[in-house]
Design a protein around this ligand. Sequence first.
Ligand code: AMP
Ligand code: MG
Length: 458
Amino acid sequence: MTTLNSITGSAGSLSQFDPQALPVSAAQAIVLQWVTPLAQSERVPLRDALARVLARDVISPIDVPAHDNSAMDGYAFDGASLLANANINTAASTPDSAALTLSVAGKAFAGHPYTGAIAAGACVRIMTGAPMPAGCDTVVPQERVERSGGAAGEERAAEAVIETITFRADAVRPGANRRRKGEDLARGNAALRAGRVLRASDIGLMASLGLVDVAVKRRLRVAFFSTGDELRSPGEPLDAGCIYDSNRYTLGAMLQRLNIEPVDLGRVRDDPESLAATLKAAAESADVVLTSGGVSVGEADFTRTQLQTLGDVSFWGLAMRPGRPLAFGRIWSGGQPGAGRAALLFGLPGNPVATMVAFYQIVRPALIAMSGATPQPVPLFPARCDAPIKKRPGRTEFQRGIAERDAQGQWHVAPTGSQSSGALSTMSEANCFIVLAHESADLDAGDAVDIMLFDGLV
Ligand code: AMP
Ligand code: MG
């Protein structure tokens, strides 16, 4: 069996890295090697499909739109008559004043096509979305025509000739203002690819194909718990020397954001038996297990012993701040490697900001890949840093920042006051991470930095 230590230790190309100073990119790459995407899928109604991962390509069963149709309210006609008219008028002294007069043969509304014949020199009153009548390929918008004669008003009843319209031949080009059959989605083509995390537009797009449900991957199940004798749960009295357990709530919320099924296993005392029992239960019930606390130096010893007994786990010192200590590997529900069900394990540091940074940088891409989706790099944007920053080369830093755009459209960012990895308020205050690359050094005020915004639109 290939063990994690053989990948991160002496064997393989990753052996160039010291596990106690593992660059973030190397840790991300190792973790992704250990991820197997979920195989199971289920069908869900479109309304429940938002943020789910598409299990199979969606092949369009129809053309969308199903017929050529008008993009404007106006008059549909055969665009060839424009050319004919233009030719006639090239002999005239002012060709741009060439006018075309057409008789209106009837009306076409969305959902009510015009099915009659159209003689040469005739057109059809047409509304946006109405099918183009046979023989018509061009729509002149109603604002560009002069109408004369015929019935007043906009009654729907088709009349043989209700009026005539006149417009300049250069008011419109042949083929203009017509949406082609299948131009949005052609029948038989893949409308959406497997592995896509479904967005609002995708839900609408599948509805436009007439689909009522869709095959998605089952939701990933992630169990999590907090460790630490000092922890109390909200609602309990805060004993002397204790703190409230916030990580379990942050983790639960971050998992919810990824539409993952959370399994909250509570908090566990710093004692080997409780830890072993909870880890085994977690491996039994979940695809992935997240712990917080107990992996920093000094604390790691009994955690290390337990994790190494139950599975194949490495202890890393990431070249990252915050979020240096991390345990990563696999644990088995049967209490030893190969026994029972296996789950991927991430042992996150206890400091609340470190927990979050480690989750976003290391765990999140792995959960996305396991969910069956393709993790995309989170975009970085350049901004001017308004304050100097002390930074040692050799580790990636994720400072909490407040970014805003000035009147000239330039993005600026300022670090939140404290950068303590224990101060969760800095995450709430911030709207971005200031990402200081592995090799970067001290920055002066006004230098360019990369920011990773917390909020997205769609
Ligand atoms: P540890 O990684 O267990 O050494 O914890 C590092 C720091 O994070 C300590 O100050 C802990 O009290 C704190 N901490 C650990 N777990 C949590 C938690 N679940 N919620 C809030 N703070 C925590
Ligand atoms: Mg602890």
